[in-house]
Design a protein around this ligand. Sequence first.
Ligand code: HEC
Length: 233
Amino acid sequence: MRACRNQTIPAAAPYAPGCCSSGHDSAVDCGSANRDHLRCVPVHCSSVGAAAVRFTPARAAAAGLALAALFLAAPGAAAEKYGFGTPATEAQIKSWDINVFADGSGLPSGSGTVMAGRDIYNAQCLSCHGAKGEGGIGDRLAGGQGTLASAKPIKTVGSYWPYAPTLFDYIRRTMPITAPQSLSNDEVYAVTAYILFMNGLVQENADIDANSLAHLKMPNHDGFVPDPRPDVK
Ligand code: HEC
């Protein structure tokens, strides 16, 4: 099998069979940040005795159906029927109701400076993303502008991402990868500001908030086109 992490796969494909390297399973939509972008996810294993069971696309589909059934049932009904789980509370649902959209809607109040973001980045992000955002265990975050049309495109926040608000969303939701959602909104604003600074998109003395993120035009903003293939609609 060939490795295809970060490979762009048509959005219509639910997964790309056989495209993921070993240790990774089918590709998943990585959300609002890169809508056209599907990625391989680590294989989910559940222990059955000593053996680890691979979570195949077929099993994932079956599990998806089972999950869909759970969600279709009235709240609480699943718990009674299957004898496990409890209905999600309002607070639990609210804690995941954190979508930020490309136009900036959903961004919370608060703000953060590049300076504050540098400290957070150095303490909590540098180990995986490199001192200057050059990447390591984690993706490269800075540089690469002007390379997308070359033979070796470098996709980073600065070269590839079309919108700034979804950077806030991505970081708040997922990073640091070992402790997602551990940063306060102000800390997320700050580290977002620092990544934008590393890409030359804000000044070193910048203090960013919902309004400035929504109005920041990213270099690759116009680099995305609607997919014309009829079967994608
Ligand atoms: C333990 C390693 C690790 C740490 C620490 C970490 N990250 Fe990540 N980060 C990753 C990995 C791995 C990915 C790629 C995830 C994927 O492709 O699904 C990633 C992806 C990202 C991306 C998306 C890049 C892109 O272009 O798709 C951003 C932005 C990001 N991290 C920001 C941060 C910030 C900010 C912090 C600190 C608050 C942080 N990360 C801490 C491992 C880490």
